[in-house]
Design a protein around this ligand. Structure first.
Ligand code: SF4
Length: 372
């Protein structure tokens, strides 16, 4: 699978810790570099048959159709795309005009849209420094459906300071009328170095409230149960048959090639990440050098990463996978799991163990306790 990072945003959202640059468009020199990096690294994955591609950001919906087509043509030249199942484009609602959506559909390339709605409440959107309104978000989703997109996911954020539980449920109820296939909901986190952190520290925005975020999460789970969205990961919910293929593979240890500034790659034994600096990235690629830091992963690193991601999923830990990694690690870990079963946090599955609802609330802490 291939991830392509498009690190350009028209303006910075206050909570954002991702690498991106404020710009009105994606520079041609960046697209040149992305296409060159694809060529330089076309042998990174041992299997050239690509099943999923994800264009993330930043704001990939700032790509023009010509830029997108150049990337598509380069991919087609270098890889076997005959078994391609899912190509996702992350989008901001304000860029999804009817015309642009029709053009996107006509590329016959993008088949899944991930729309960064974050909230349907204009006050929340203003607080987060998003550029769109509630109406923009609704229109973008409906226009995408009109253009023929039938695999749409929306991103929402809960735990926003001042967001009451009733207003959060109103957000969810808007979704009930939008007939989408997938939903990702994340608790607002306050990361160091973000504008949100500064504003909270200066007392200009209320701090986030963990109890309120937990109440929002409980309401979300109840709402999803009542509205036919099944939870397959802590933050991800879908209609039957619409699990995100690309993202699910990050959780099951599939190798991936990450292209672009700040993109990460994984080949089973090492992880590498490109420099988070646009200018240096472009200059380096133009000299045929990939500006990446490489970390070789020990069996313990891979085990810990697996714990961290697998415990967040409905599939849970698979005994077979851990045994393949190291029989010793499994023999050390399995007896510890009975503690969580006895506490009513974990249940057996046909292939291993998974956290139940109460356990999911403590997933990160449980993973940390099990780390080697
Ligand atoms: S649009 Fe996305 S990547 Fe860009 S600043 Fe906002 S949250 Fe960050």
């Amino acid at each position: 699978m291939i991830y392509i990072h498009i690190p350009f945003c028209k303006q910075r959202c206050v909570y954002c810790g991702f690498y991106s640059t404020a710009a009105n468009s994606v520079s041609e020199s960046y697209i040149d570099a992305v296409c060159t990096e694809l060529k330089l690294r076309s042998d990174y994955l041992t299997n050239k048959e690509i099943q999923t591609i994800y264009l993330g950001g930043g704001t990939p919906s700032l790509l023009t159709i010509e830029q997108l087509t150049r990337i598509q043509n380069t991919l087609t030249e270098l890889f076997d795309l005959s078994k391609l199942k899912e190509v996702t484009l992350e989008c901001n609602p304000e860029q999804l005009t009817e015309q642009h959506l029709n053009n996107l559909k006509n590329t016959n390339f993008i088949n899944r849209l991930s729309i960064g709605v974050q909230s349907f409440d204009n006050d929340d959107l203003k607080l987060l420094n998003r550029r769109h309104s509630c109406t923009d978000a609704i229109n973008a989703t409906k226009n995408a459906q009109k253009a023929g997109f039938d695999n749409i996911t929306l991103d929402l954020i809960y735990g926003i300071p001042g967001l009451t539980n009733n207003r959060w449920i109103e957000n969810l109820n808007i979704i009930a009328n939008l007939n989408i296939q997938h939903l990702s909901c994340y608790a607002l986190t306050v990361e160091d170095g973000t504008m949100l952190k500064t504003l909270i520290d200066k007392g200009m925005i209320l701090p986030t409230d963990e109890d309120q975020a937990l109440q929002h999460y409980e309401s979300l789970i109840k709402w999803c149960n009542n509205n036919n969205f099944s939870q397959y990961e802590i933050s991800n919910f879908c209609r039957e048959g619409y699990e995100a293929i690309h993202n699910s593979r990050y959780w099951d240890n599939t190798h991936y090639l990450g292209i672009g500034a700040a993109a990460h790659s994984y080949n089973g034994t090492s992880r590498q990440w490109n420099i988070s600096d646009l200018k240096t990235y472009i200059q380096s690629i133009n000299s045929n050098l990939v500006p990446a830091t490489i970390e070789t992963l020990s069996v313990e690193d891979r085990f810990n990463e697996y714990l961290m991601t697998a415990l967040r999923t409905k599939r849970g830990l698979e005994t077979g996978y851990i045994n393949k990694l190291s029989v010793d690690l499994w023999q050390t870990t399995e007896p510890k799991l009975s503690t969580y079963i006895n506490k009513g946090l974990m249940v057996p599955t046909p292939k291993g163990y998974r956290l139940n609802h109460d356990g999911m609330l403590l997933a990160d802490a449980i993973a940390a306790e099990l780390f080697i």
